[in-house]
Design a protein around this ligand. Structure first.
Ligand code: OAD
Length: 235
């Protein structure tokens, strides 16, 4: 029998217990940094060096953190489900926990690409490459001669992976959302594409302002919430 399709949409909360700050909680990243400065395309054109430093710091921190039990539980579910992970996170903790089908909606910290000109945000997947946890600096050039930039979706930029994400969600038998305030579109609207019959579980210690009769809230941190979710789906 074909395995049921379990689509997991994750946000910063799934990595919080690994020691990565969320964005909008108290003491979250956006309390200490202005997203318009360090995470927008206008910010990049204003001050490339500042953005390079910010993402160099985030990339270096990533080397020192580890996946937690929530990442591992999501990966282990592949034994019984056809699991697809759509993450808003730019960390690589789902990969390091062993998940095999992951779509990074907002890019990946360990990858870079050429900036390809001020008005040209388009790029080919062939131009994206892995730098691990290394830093990049002003003057570091891609093979095509343009400045390297982080492979991150900034505010003001398109979200190229939204189409395949919609495709996955619209085929889900079960949708699980873990640790996202669901405040950044288009990711925040993805759950609406779940088929009418698909239950939507939502793990978050705080109340998330979404209104859909299908949502089954699990008000826990990700590690504990994943245990409860697995009990609830009867694995
Ligand atoms: P937010 O910081 O907006 O939301 C994090 C959510 O995780 C909140 O609902 C918290 O209650 C919850 N949370 C905190 N600790 C948790 C834990 N231990 N277990 C489970 N949940 C926990 O982060 P996102 O929704 O991921 O984009 O933010 C979306 C996007 O906004 C990010 O991808 C980023 C940001 O700007 C870019 O930088 C492009």
């Amino acid at each position: 029998m074909a395995k049921k399709k379990l689509v997991v949409l994750t946000g910063a909360g799934v990595s919080a217990e690994s020691g990565i700050s969320t964005f909008r909680d108290s003491n979250g990243l956006w309390e200490n940094y202005d997203p318009q400065e360090v995470a927008s395309i206008e910010g990049w054109y204003r001050n490339r060096a500042l953005l390079l430093d910010f993402y160099n710091m985030m990339r270096a921190n990533l080397r020192d953190v580890r996946p937690n039990d929530a990442h591992r539980a999501i990966a282990a579910l592949e034994a019984d489900y056809d699991v697809r992970v759509i993450t808003q996170n730019v960390d690589n903790l789902h990969e390091r926990a062993g998940s095999t089908r992951i779509l990074h909606l907002h890019g990946e910290l360990t990858k870079v690409r050429p900036e390809n000109g001020v008005y040209d945000q388009t790029y080919s997947e062939k131009e994206v490459f892995d730098i691990g946890y290394e830093a990049i600096h002003l003057g570091d050039k891609a093979p095509n001669g343009s400045q390297l930039r982080p492979h991150i979706v900034w505010f003001g930029e398109a979200v190229p992976k939204i189409e395949p994400a919609i495709d996955w969600v619209s085929q889900a038998d079960i949708l699980l959302i873990v640790g996202s305030s669901l405040s950044v579109y288009p990711a925040a609207g993805l759950y609406r594409y779940a088929p009418a019959a698909a239950p939507i579980y939502l793990i978050d210690p705080q109340e998330v302002a979404v209104h859909d009769a299908r949502i089954i809230p699990i008000r826990e941190k990700a590690t504990v919430g994943m245990k409860k979710f697995i009990e609830m789906i009867g694995k």
